[in-house]
Design a protein around this ligand. Structure first.
Ligand SMILES: Cc1cc2nc3c(=O)[nH]c(=O)nc-3n(C[C@H](O)[C@H](O)[C@H](O)COP(=O)(O)O)c2cc1C
Ligand code: SF4
Length: 456
């Protein structure tokens, strides 16, 4: 084992619009209901994020932070929808900075993809580019009018200003995975005929307006990125007979050029038109876990009761798992091949990087040093971001720095963390990675004990 070399591409610093990343690995957003119902931050959030800062990443992207209460996807995540929330974000950022780690706040508005509406919005359709419900859960939607669009655009600006006031090092605007700005961007979702619908430029209009509003509030000298789905041609994965194709990589390449012209600093590359999606987080559909957690969404979408009912029967669980996997290119002979998942978005990242000239952050399955080094050396991306690989091994970057090629107990891409997040603590739930079931739960609850002890 050799220790970190000064030539290792993983450990080359990078400065983007005044923000210096000490190495090329950052933590991607990992949402979990560890804050208070109204979006106030808990000590557990601080303990949770500090865990990754200690583990060596150069920056952390927060879990999705709602910019307005009606756009919160799931209550219980720290939000940034009110000036009163700024002091707690400031406390969190200060803790993270103690570990020479940067902090980026993710600005989020769910639109129709509101998995669990807050009580005051229960039964109300989520605002969207369309009146159509989503294909997966049947979450109800209401088409926004231009003045509602403008109000949300301005709310993004105010949220970005709060992030800067809190001392955060940058913001990331969510325009991927089926959330509001993606509902406008996607040709599969946006069916408008006004100036926000039709051609690609019109569908990108709201996102470009958001960037302008954010820049107007934070200035030009502040790191601003967009999380973008490179393609959503694989939409309709739970609706096998749907013919609606979504945006292609060529569309996203075009959008990335407009984003560069609009003064963006970086693109964080994702995939897919929903969350979760067979390609994000790529891996298995843990149908047994879904069976036990999906009931929480029972009243949210018109399709949920039927799906929930079917999930109670093993043959249907198998059918759902088959449907989830059938469009996924990460299988051989019916089995997941982890090596195919690791770095799965890098070809798209390379295209976006070449076309836009922007800094590109590539997410998707990373957890071994060699594939990361290879992607950085080939200039496919500038930074890699990791969610599950770090959830499983928060000290992964320190392990790389110590010369390890990869973790002893890697993430298995089972996706049990994602499918339990609505109902249970945010944690790794793959028992095979632990000595015992007791050890797994001890680890899952540790963050609360750390928070109580003020151990962060
Ligand atoms: C439990 C869980 C929660 C997540 N929450 C968010 C989120 O709040 N915002 C976001 O943009 N992505 C979220 N993601 C997606 C990740 O940031 C990442 O894009 C995805 O998991 C693929 O990266 P990975 O293969 O390294 O896990 C979440 C993923 C998981 C597993
Ligand atoms: S539950 Fe654990 S092993 Fe499974 S995907 Fe999540 S982090 Fe990886």
């Amino acid at each position: 084992m050799t220790r970190q070399s000064s030539l290792d591409p993983i450990f080359q610093p990078l400065t983007v619009n005044g923000l210096t990343f000490k190495n090329r690995i950052i933590r991607s957003s990992i949402g979990g209901r560890i804050d208070y119902y109204d979006g106030s931050m808990s000590g557990a959030r601080i303990a949770w994020d500090t865990r990754f800062a200690r583990g060596g990443v150069s920056a952390i992207i927060s879990s999705n932070a709602g910019i307005r209460p009606d756009g919160i996807a799931v209550p219980g995540y720290a939000s940034i929808d009110d000036d009163h929330k700024v002091p707690s974000w400031r406390t969190l950022v200060r803790e993270i900075h103690k570990h020479d780690c940067r902090y980026i706040i993710q600005l989020h508005f769910s639109g129709r993809q509101r998995d669990l509406a807050r009580k005051e919005y229960f039964g109300m359709p989520g605002m969207s580019s369309t009146d159509k419900p989503d294909l997966v859960h049947g979450l109800r939607a209401r088409r926004m009018n231009p003045s509602e669009i403008d109000e949300v655009v301005q709310a993004y600006g105010r949220a970005a200003r709060r992030a800067r006031d809190a001392g955060a090092d940058g913001v990331e605007i969510v325009a991927c995975n089926g959330y509001l700005l993606h509902q406008f961007l996607s040709s599969a979702i946006n069916d408008r005929t006004d100036e926000y619908g039709g051609g690609l430029k019109a569908r990108a209009r709201m996102l470009l307006e958001v960037i302008a509003a954010v820049r107007a509030e934070v200035g030009r000298d502040y790191f601003v990125s967009v999380k973008l789905s490179a393609r959503d041609e694989h939409n309709a994965w739970t609706a096998p007979f749907s013919r609606t194709a979504g945006n292609t990589i060529d569309d996203s390449v075009e959008v990335s050029r407009w984003l560069a012209e609009a003064g963006l600093d970086a693109i964080h590359l994702s995939q897919g038109d929903t969350f979760p999606h067979p390609r994000i987080p790529a891996g298995a559909l843990p149908a047994d876990d879904a069976r036990h957690t999906y009931n929480l969404m029972y009243y949210e979408g018109t399709r949920v009761p039927t799906t929930f009912f079917l999930l109670q029967f093993k043959p249907f669980r198998r059918l759902f798992a088959w449907n989830w996997g059938r469009r996924m290119p990460f299988r051989r002979h019916g089995r997941l091949v982890p090596a195919l998942i690791e770095g799965m978005n890098q070809a798209d990242a390379a295209r976006i990087k070449a076309a836009s000239g922007l800094t590109v952050i590539c997410v998707g399955g990373w957890q071994h040093a060699e594939p990361i080094r290879a992607a950085l050396t080939a200039c496919h991306c500038d930074i890699v971001s990791i969610a599950r690989g770090l959830l499983a091994n928060p000290d992964l970057v320190n392990q790389f720095a110590a010369g390890q090629a990869g973790p002893q107990k890697p993430c298995t891409y089972c996706n049990k963390c994602a499918f339990n997040a609505l109902a249970h603590p945010l944690a790794c739930y793959d028992e095979s990675r632990f000595e015992s079931r007791e050890e797994m739960f001890e680890e899952a609850y540790r963050v609360y004990q750390e928070a109580a002890a003020g151990a962060h």
